[in-house]
Each structure stands twice: as C-alpha cells, then as structure tokens.
Design a protein around this ligand. Structure first.
Ligand code: PHE
Length: 471
C-alpha cells in the first residue's frame, strides 16, 4: 500500500441514492444500543435527568466527532486505515496516524463478536414471544435460553451468516440495498410499538419519567454512562462512520447529514423509551431492572397481554433484530473494505474469512452465559464482559479521542474547510472550537475515569493533602 498526496483516486465507490448515506449511517447508529442499551441505562440513571445529559453529550461530543469522521473519510475516499494515513500525510504529518484506523478495525471485529450473540438472542425471542402464554415465567425462560449454548450458538451463526452475505454482495448491491429495505421497516415497527404503548400502557407516566427533569438522581456515574452510551449509539470511534463517509458524494453537506443522523438516532432512542416505559409502568415493573429490562420484563408483559402480545412481542423482537443487523454490517465493512482496496483478497473472501474469525471469537461470548459463566478473564469479568470492557470502555473512547485530536490539531484546516464548504463559515469555526477543545477533553475525562474508577477519590485525597502542606 502506498498512498501519497499525489495519488489519483480511482475506483472509489459512491452511494447511488441521495439519502443512502443518511440511511446507512442511521442504520449503523440505530442498534441494540438505542432500544435495549438506552432504555436500561435511562432506567438505571433515574429517567429524565439521564435523558438530558445524554442529549448534551450527543450535541457537544458526538456531533463534532461524527462530522470529523465523515470529513476524513470523504476527503480520503478510502477505508479508515488508509484514510487516516492519507489525511495525515496530506496534512504534512506522520502516516502513523493510521493506527487510529487499525484500532477501529480491531474494535469493530471484537464488538461484532458479542453483538452477534445478543442479536441472535433477539431472533430467537421472536419465536418465544409469538408462543408466549400468561403461564410463562420470563426469567426462567431467559435462563433456559442463555443456559443452552447450542441455541445461542445456532442463532449467533445465522446472524453472522446474514451479515457476511450482505457485505459480500457489495457496497451498492449489499449495504445500500439492505438499508433501503430495513430502515423503513424499522421505523414502521417502532411506530407500531409506540402506538401499542399509547393504547395498552400508562403513556402519561412514561412521558413524565422521560421528560420531567429530576436531578436528585444524578451522580458522576450518570455522566459516564451517558457519554459512553452517546458514543456507542452514534457508532463513533470505530471507523464505521468514517468508512460510510468515504462513499458519500462530494456534493452533500456534511453538517446537515451529521445533524440528521444524530437526530434520527436520538429520535429512535426516545421512541424506544416511549414504547417501553409506559408498558413497564402499566404492568408495575421496575424501570431500573438493568439489562434484563427487554428480555425479562418486556417478555413477561407481552405474555400477560395474551393474543395481542403474541403479535406485538414478535414485532418488537423483529425490530431489535433489524436494528442489530444494520449496525452489524457497519461493523464488518471497514475491515472488508481495507482488504478489498489493497487487493489482498476479493470482497467475498475477505467477508468470509473475517466473518469466520468473528464467529469463532463469538463462541467465547456464547459460553459466557453457561459453560464459562464463572470463568474470569479481564478482572472479574466473564469472556463477553471482558470484550465489552475492552471495546466499549477502552478502544472506542480511545479511538474517538484520537479522531478528535487529529481532526482538531493535525488535520490541515484548509482540507477540513473544503469538506465543510457547503456549510456556513460559522459552522466551521464552531465545529473547530468543539473538536479542538471540548470533545477531546470530555472524552479523555470519561476515558480516565473508566480506566481508574477510584481516580476522583484519589485526586480528592491528593488535593486535600496538598492544601494541608501549604496551610
Ligand atoms: N450504534 C450501534 C448501536 O447503537 C452499535 C455500533 C457501534 C455499531 C459502533 C457500529 C459501530 O447499537
């Protein structure tokens, strides 16, 4: 691979439809993170206060980094590894910035390995919800599913197979075609779920819970949780958005499209809250149930609803599976694009080989619920929790922080400005301020406190000692 500033870009693919970038990026962003992750974190974070902080994180940290990723991708018209290298070389900086691209590829592969197991579980739940009767005990049901490695393994394999098939069919024939089909379906199903909550749920309680601010429940972990969630939800720091950005037409306005994608992602998360919490309140369940909110509490509600639940339940788990699939393809695409553009192997071979690797790593997550339940990997974590820790807590914020630092401090302003040309100058200046000073500092703060959870206390002790010395 040899990319220099003088190299002419040939053979770059561009999305056919005007709206495809928005659909594909929203497809990547809207995933298990919005419907499952967002709602259980809202529950744990005490409702509306979390929602407000989350919105702040999306605007102040998420949006500027999303714009930076798209800018770099579209400027370079290459997959993330080569894009970072080209953007750095053309700005007169070292090509080692490609390491940021590599971090993204590795975390994409690792995330997909467990994401696929969870998504497979969602597919399995479509059938479970269709057959559910009021007699079903949903936590026993959950233990049955997670206690059966073969079941999890089977659905994990199906899900990876689907992802590989779509990616192997190409950017236009695979990704573009699928997101045009899946995203409208996803939206319709979401609306069905909200209408269901209006009819059968306590909608007023749900609205109150999500929108009447109550800051008494906020603490430092609320900020951490909101920021991590915003990052994961917008698919940042892993090259997914950068890669999709490289397929974007030069005529499109990066600011407006980023705003639309972030807006759609947030809208779907809020709609998921409006679909889920009214039901939780109407059926006297605990909103702070944690990760079990969807698989345990909701299933038990669907089964109590009788026949209606046998339709609404499967619709809900289909919604989750679709959202997961459009995210999964964006996790695999950056590495496949890398192999393809460097002519290492064909797209098909790359998709199959990488898919196999992810499938094998995923078996560790399958076992994390049963055979390896008590086995500890990083710290006291199971295999799956270790992968989540490595990606969600370390690689993603690290990648996002480096993208922000690169875009703010090292990427030639002229190049960034050209990419933003369709937007107003004020937008460029504002973006530059945020990407230089605000986003990297906030991400760094989150990153440090995730790595060193005791840091706030320790630094407090440190300052108290320091003040004591000077008194
Ligand atoms: N944004 C996706 C979700 O909310 C997950 C994801 C992360 C997808 C990073 C791609 C890249 O579930």
């Amino acid at each position: 691979m040899n990319i220099s500033s003088s190299e002419k870009i040939t053979e770059s693919v561009t999305w056919l439809g005007k709206w495809t970038f928005v659909l594909a990026a929203a497809g990547s962003a809207v995933g298990l993170g919005n419907i499952w992750g967002f709602t259980y974190r809202v529950g744990e974070g005490g409702g509306s206060a979390f929602v407000l902080i989350y919105l702040g994180c999306i605007l102040v940290v998420g949006l500027p980094i999303m714009m930076a990723e798209i800018m770099i991708g579209r400027y370079a018209q290459h997959s993330p590894v080569s894009a970072m290298k080209k953007a750095a070389l053309d700005s007169g900086k070292t090509g080692y910035w490609q390491a940021v691209g590599w971090t993204g590829l590795v975390s994409g592969i690792l995330i997909l390995s467990f994401y696929s197991v969870l998504a497979g579980m969602c597919i399995k739940y479509i059938g479970i919800a269709a057959m559910a009767t009021p007699a079903i005990v949903s936590d026993v049901q959950f233990d049955q599913v997670t206690g059966a490695p073969l079941t999890l393994f089977f659905w994990h394999s199906i899900f990876i197979g689907l992802t590989v098939a779509i990616i192997a069919s190409g950017v236009i024939g695979g990704i573009e075609r699928m997101v045009r089909l899946l995203m409208p379906m996803l939206f319709i199903l979401m609306v069905v779920m909200v209408v269901n909550a209006m009819i059968y749920g306590d909608f007023k309680a749900g609205l109150n819970y999500l929108f009447t601010p109550d800051f008494s429940k906020v603490n430092s972990s609320t900020f951490l949780s909101a920021m991590g969630q915003a990052f994961f939800s917008l698919s940042l720091g892993m090259g997914s958005i950068m890669c999709y950005g490289s397929y974007m037409r030069k005529s499109e306005n990066i600011f407006k499209t980023s705003l639309t994608v972030a807006g759609l992602d947030t809208l779907i998360a809020i709609l998921a809250g409006l679909a889920i919490f009214p039901m939780i309140f109407a059926y006297n369940m605990n909103p702070a149930e944690g990760p079990g909110l969807v698989f345990i509490s909701l299933l038990s509600i669907f089964s109590e609803m009788g026949l209606v639940g046998n339709f609404i339940g499967p619709a809900f788990f289909t919604l989750l599976s679709i959202a997961a699939l459009s995210s999964a393809i964006s996790l695999l695409e950056p590495s496949v694009a890398y192999f393809e553009e460097n002519k290492i192997v064909s797209r098909l071979t790359a998709a199959v080989i990488l898919g196999l690797i992810i499938w094998v790593i995923g078996i560790g997550s399958v076992f994390s619920f049963n055979i390896w339940e008590k086995m500890e990997f990083i710290g006291k974590r199971t295999f799956m929790d270790s992968i989540i820790f490595l990606t969600f807590d370390i690689l993603m914020p690290l990648g996002g922080m480096l993208v922000a630092i690169f875009a703010g401090w090292f990427f030639k302003p002229k190049l960034a400005m050209d990419e933003l040309s369709a937007a107003h100058v004020n937008i460029f200046t504002t973006w530059r301020f945020f990407i230089k000073f605000v986003s990297p500092v906030l991400v760094a703060a989150v990153f440090m406190s995730q790595l060193f959870p005791d840091l706030p206390d320790q630094s407090k002790d440190f300052f108290i000692t320091l003040i004591g010395l000077f008194r």
